[in-house]
Design a protein. Structure first.
Length: 98
C-alpha cells in the first residue's frame, strides 16, 4: 500500500501558513521573508521563500507570479526557482517581490 502524505496540519492558516493564489487557484504556503536553507542542494536562500505542497500547484515554475495574502495586505511575487524537497511532495519556491 502506498502512503499519501497529509500536510493539512502544517499548512493551516491559523498556525503557520499564509493564503496564496497562483493561476486563479487558492492554496496555502509557509512564507519566510528572510529565506530558507535547502541543505540537500547546498542552497541558502537569502531572499523571500515559500514552502508548499507540490499537489497544490503542480505546474508552478520559474517566472510565474504568485499573490500572497498577508494580514497587512496582499503582495505579489515572481518565482525565481522551484526546488523539490526530499521525496518531492513539497517544493521550495525562491521568490522576488514585484
Amino acid at each position: 500500500m502506498s502512503m499519501t502524505e497529509d500536510f493539512t496540519a502544517f499548512f493551516n492558516t491559523s498556525d503557520f501558513a499564509e493564503t496564496a493564489t497562483f493561476a486563479a487557484v487558492s492554496g496555502t504556503l509557509i512564507y519566510d521573508e528572510n529565506g530558507a536553507v535547502a541543505e540537500e542542494f547546498g542552497v541558502e536562500v537569502s531572499g523571500p521563500a515559500a514552502l508548499c505542497p507540490v499537489a497544490q500547484w503542480p505546474a508552478i515554475t520559474e517566472g510565474d507570479t504568485l499573490a500572497i495574502a498577508f494580514a497587512s495586505g496582499a503582495r505579489s511575487f515572481q518565482v525565481r526557482a522551484v526546488l523539490p524537497i526530499n521525496d518531492g511532495a513539497l517544493k521550495l519556491l525562491r521568490l522576488v517581490r514585484v
